[in-house]
Design a protein around this ligand. Structure first.
Ligand SMILES: Nc1ncnc2c1ncn2[C@@H]1O[C@H](COP(=O)(O)OP(=O)(O)OP(=O)(O)O)[C@@H](O)[C@H]1O
Ligand SMILES: [Mg+2]
Length: 302
């Protein structure tokens, strides 16, 4: 682990008052500037709670988060959040919800500049023509797109996305995924994103954090592994499935979710020095010996 990473999460834990055990503990993550990190894990393991702590909207019970050299201790416009439940202001129109955020970010901007800037992002998420509608007049997917436009519009140092595409139809989802990839490669945007969609994670993420499950009787959840995406950066939705590495990574993720996320062997071995390990699916000796010649012993313990 580098002591100079853009975002450092150290020994993070969260216990809600009165609960017998923490939701998660011992979370250690490093994210470099410009890196796109996804987190995957079963419902209830604590993904949203981690994201809320990163945003400064919730506080940890233990450990800390440092972003760009400063400890996160409250909300900031340095971090743009797309919430799982939209979190729009119901009394404001689509345009005004976005303008409100843009004005907070750049208080000196003229009304016209704020409007023009906001419109760019309304167009980006294909909401053109809906500027004057209130959230109550929008579908779930449209509300989600307003939230995405608002987070992108403030051009934050870090984007925090909580299942941002969950309520979108396949066409819009694909278009916005492509846009997100293009924005990230143009602006070196750093992103922390929660998703349940393994294909989406493989398309977008440089690293995929796998979180163990949180059962009422077992240990608290942790990051069990960090899967490094070994597909070329130039991957697209159209060609990703043709790459031989794709299914090796996909199978590894699905296997974790289905078989290993709460298996006693995983739960008992995680935590302590060397965790989470970085895994390169298909390129590690125990998973595919035929690939050994490409890149030997790439399973690294940090
Ligand atoms: N305010 C709260 N008080 C008590 N417990 C809470 C509170 N908020 C969340 N929890 C508990 O913390 C755990 C983690 O919740 P969280 O929302 O972070 O899960 P998640 O991984 O995002 O799940 P999902 O995939 O369903 O969104 C859950 O067991 C939940 O019941
Ligand atoms: Mg959640």
């Amino acid at each position: 682990m580098s002591s100079h990473s853009f975002l450092q999460i150290r020994e993070l834990s969260k216990r809600y008052g009165g609960a017998p055990k923490p939701v998660f503990e011992g979370i250690n993550v490093d994210i470099e500037r410009g890196e796109f990190v996804c987190i995957i894990g079963h419902s209830g393991c604590g993904k949203t709670t981690i994201l809320n702590i990163l945003s400064g909207l919730d506080s940890a019970s233990g450990g800390n988060v440092v972003m760009d050299g400063r400890e996160v201790s409250g909300p900031s416009l340095d971090r743009g959040v797309v919430f799982q439940g939209h979190a729009l202001m119901p009394w404001l129109t689509v345009a005004a919800n976005i303008a409100f955020a843009v004005k907070s970010r750049w208080p000196d901007w003229s009304r016209e500049r704020i409007q023009q800037h906001g419109q760019k992002y309304i167009d980006l998420v294909r909401l053109t023509g809906n500027e004057s509608k209130k959230p109550s007049e929008l579908s779930g997917g449209m509300k989600q797109r307003v939230g995405i436009a608002r987070a992108f519009a403030i051009q934050p140092k870090m984007l925090l996305l909580d299942e941002p595409f969950g309520a979108l139809d396949a066409l819009t989802r694909g278009t916005i995924q492509d846009e997100l990839l293009s924005i990230c490669s143009q602006t070196q945007q750093t992103v922390f994103m929660i998703t349940h969609d393994v294909d989406e994670a493989i398309l977008l993420a440089d690293k995929i954090m796998l979180m163990s499950s949180n059962t009422s009787t077992g240990p608290a959840a942790r990051i069990a592994e960090v899967v490094v995406n070994t597909l070329p950066k130039t991957r697209t939705r159209a060609d990703i499935h043709h790459h031989p590495q794709f299914y090796k990574i996909r199978n590894h993720l699905v296997d974790f979710l289905v078989n290993r996320s709460s298996a006693p062997t995983v739960m008992n071995s995680i935590g302590g020095i060397g965790y989470p390990p970085e895994i390169f699916p298909g390129l590690t000796s125990e998973e595919d010996s035929s690939d050994k010649s490409q890149k030997p012993s790439l399973k690294k313990i940090k």
